[in-house]
Ligand binder design. Sequence first.
Ligand code: FPP
Length: 242
Amino acid sequence: MQGAAGKSDPTYGARHIAIIMDGNGRWAKRKHLPRALGHKKGVEAVRNIVRVAGEMGMEAMTLYAFSSENWSRPEEEISDLMGLLRQYIQSDIDEFVKNGVRLKVIGNYRALDSDIVTMIDNAIRKTAGNDKMTLAVALNYGAQDEMRRAVQHVASRVKQGELEPEAIGLEHIAGALDTVDLPPLDLLIRTSGELRLSNFLLWQAAYSELYFTDTLWPDFDKAELEKALQSFGERERRFGGR
Ligand code: FPP
């Protein structure tokens, strides 16, 4: 039980949380607003939650911003999301620097528009020395694709004679995943009432606690994060033991 930690530690001992930020579209629909405004509100929720998690002393947070499956959305929506991403990096980089946030991207982000790739690379470089919290943004990310790339990496080590096939251990696979430099995933949150992992952090979630809420992402605030962490704090984690 991690319950006791919560009194003094707002993270309840969670070092790394991840969020599937779902429900921007429904939030907009309920308010009779254009979908794009739902995403815009979603970015405001991102900004707030990153600040709150940093203040709580969270070590790492991974956010699912754009999946490798999201390319099947209408072109206009993809362009809205990419526009918001450009704006977000540009406007928040100074705050990352000020607050000691290190930016990291997981997923095959090099397939995005070249100006975004440059912007991301610059932001990663500028925040590389920050050590208060790592913000990992999943872009063009899919867990199965991440595992495929990891297998490819391990296979090439085998081919080069660095590793015998029989010697391949879990650590070789975990070490080739995009999350290699992040703490183990403690808590995975999904908003908006959907009960799926949607190809997000499948390897890393092996022993994570899962938390689902009906709250739509644009409404996910500090109180909602506190509720999720409190629930995490009440769980008994056994990691397959008794
Ligand atoms: C889900 O809403 C949201 C996404 C497509 C991903 C989250 C994106 C953002 C919060 C904005 C961009 C983020 C950054 C970091 C700049 P949905 O459209 O699937 O909602 P619906 O299921 O209600 O239609």
